[in-house]
Write a protein that binds this ligand. Structure first.
Ligand code: TEU
Ligand code: CA
Length: 544
């Protein structure tokens, strides 16, 4: 039944191929590198991999600019390598979920090359073209998410094309049914090869109505998704997750409601953006506020209690490292990383681990702008320093929130170049790889890795984690995150100290519990009495 879909009891793992594992010494992670780590991933106990783009691409945005949706980028490998990855994963019971980037393509995609060739080219309307404003400038003052105008003039035809991201990422025109048919064909081609589903890049932007100033969540969005479902996904047992920065608890039910025939779930970002400055955005983070974070997390748990489905994540390739953002990546790194995993993975939804999170990788500590590689960071450095922000202040913000924090190579061992490559890595490796690495974590029964493995196993084995309802506790407490889950006659209670101070807690009567300790990052616990004393970053769960 849909109620019991496989992806509800699965733990997901995101791979950003460029930074995962390099097999041939060119400094860039690749598909053979991923294949060499499949046993490691099977050991962790994941159910599917979300693979960030591996398609042919000029790599202006590390593969989120696709020039051939049905080929593999040579730096990542060949189609044969991909088929070996698919087969190797399948043997281990792991699905491969592709990244579907269809809000835009690369400007080097044949569709765009044809589209720009003349005003009456057959594929002109595969993209969004507009006449210049009266003064010859862009049609309007819309800004790209990566900074600067969202329009670029094509000299040859005298019109501007829209790009909500980089100028090398022209937006596809979803109003064009012929364009949509090409996308459906491509999706079916991948599904027929046996992929387990898709993560859909900025899916909330596809129905923009640019002349009416509508960018996200356009009027035809759900119509397009239902058409996609009908033409491609229907009748197949796959998982889909849409990236939707504009998602709220109301429209999440439109995307993921059972009867809607759209997506399995969305990635929502309310817990992320609530921490950004109103004006300078992510480059000027707000101080961490646990009560505010809980309000968002609890709201989402409750809103999708009966219909729809949550995705659960602290990090991805666009976000800082979980332990650096929400924990303490120095003194309490191991404790706080386990605490974060416990709180997230025992909620209702499908949890996503971002590569390296499973052994507590931390943010990059770059001190010079030339160490950053991400075009978003580099563009905003130029824009904000030109507007008067001091370079060192910008770099301080980037050290907290730049996308490159998640993109330093996975630290496999304490060896030279962290066992990631035998050559020169495309981006600097974190020097802390001598202590923080997968090899170390694998041989330590108390490691963060062991903790994640245990959480994935609990999810596979205990229906209360998958289906149980959600009851938050101590909602306004500034340092404690607590909740319980109920299914039939079982109750799972989770308690976590989100701070580096030991604390004494008065426990509300209804929250008290006694049972079997399931997981803990200090001593095992099996009682929650009237008073509870919690160690720094302590977290545990009890089943009663
Ligand atoms: O991200 C969408 C997106 O909006 C982010 O780039 C966001 O603007 C940024 O992280 C916050 O400052 C998706 C992909 O995840 C990202 O890697 C791509 O660069 C982007 O789409 C374009 O494809
Ligand atoms: Ca390589």
């Amino acid at each position: 039944t849909p109620q019991d879909s496989w992806w509800k009891s699965a733990t997901a793992y995101q791979i950003y191929p460029r930074s995962f594992c390099d097999s041939n010494g060119d400094g860039i992670g690749d598909i053979p590198g991923i294949i060499s780590k499949l046993d490691y991933l099977a050991e962790l106990g994941i159910g599917f991999i979300w693979l960030s783009p591996v398609y042919r691409s000029p790599m202006a945005d590390n593969g989120y600019d696709i020039s051939d949706y049905q080929d593999i980028a040579p730096e990542f490998g060949t189609r044969e390598d991909f088929d070996r990855l698919l087969a190797g994963a399948r043997e281990r019971g792991i699905g491969i979920v592709m990244d579907l980037v269809v809000n835009h393509s690369s400007d080097e995609h044949p569709w765009f090359i044809e589209s720009r060739s003349s005003r009456d080219a057959g594929k002109r309307d595969f993209y969004v073209w507009r006449d210049p404003a009266d003064d010859g400038g862009p049609p309007n003052d819309l800004q790209s998410f990566f900074g600067g105008p969202a329009w670029t003039l094509d000299e040859n035809t005298g019109q501007y094309y829209l790009h909500l991201f980089d100028r090398k990422q022209p937006d596809l025109n979803w109003e064009n049914p012929a364009m949509r048919r090409e996308i459906w064909k491509m999706i079916n081609w991948w599904l027929d090869r046996g992929v387990a589903g898709f993560r859909m890049d900025v899916i909330d932007l596809i129905a923009k109505e640019i002349d009416r100033g509508i960018i996200a969540d356009g009027p035809r969005l759900h119509e397009y998704l239902q058409e996609m479902h009908r033409e491609t996904l229907a009748g197949r047992d796959i998982v889909t997750v849409g990236e939707a920065w504009s998602a709220n608890t109301e429209n999440a039910l439109l995307y993921s409601g059972q009867a809607r025939n759209e997506l399995s779930m969305v990635f929502q970002f309310e817990h992320v953006t609530q921490q950004w400055d109103g004006k300078l955005g992510k480059w000027k983070p707000r101080p961490f506020d646990l009560a505010a974070l809980k309000r968002v997390m609890n709201k989402w748990q409750l809103a999708l209690a009966d219909d729809g489905w949550n995705s659960l994540f602290w990090g991805n390739h666009d976000l800082p490292r979980a332990v650096s953002k929400y924990g303490d990546d120095k003194r309490w790194r191991v404790e706080s990383a386990k605490m974060l995993a416990t709180v997230l993975h025992l909620m209702k939804g499908t949890p996503y681990i971002y590569q390296g999170e499973e052994f507590g990788m931390t943010n990059a500590a770059f001190s010079r702008i030339d160490q950053f590689k991400d075009l978003e960071t580099l563009n905003f450095y130029d824009l904000q320093t030109a507007a008067g922000v001091a370079p060192e202040d910008f770099i301080a913000g980037a050290n907290e929130n730049s996308r490159d924090n998640a993109r330093t190579p996975v630290q496999w061992s304490s060896a030279r170049q962290a066992g990631f490559t035998t050559g020169t890595p495309w981006i600097d490796i974190n020097p802390n790889h001598s202590e923080i690495n997968a090899a170390e974590a694998l041989q330590d029964p108390q490691s963060i890795f062991t903790h994640y493995r245990c959480l994935a196993k609990l999810r596979r084995e205990l229906p209360v984690i998958v289906h149980g309802d959600y009851q938050p506790w101590l909602e306004e407490h500034p340092q404690v995150f607590a909740y319980s889950r109920h299914l039939d006659d079982q109750t799972l209670t989770v308690v976590a100290n989100f701070g580096d101070r030991e604390l004494q807690l008065e426990v509300p009567e209804a929250m008290r519990a006694e049972g079997r300790g399931l997981i803990a990052n200090y001593e095992d616990r099996n009682v929650i009495g009237a008073r509870l004393s919690l160690q720094p970053y302590e977290a545990f769960a009890i089943l009663s």
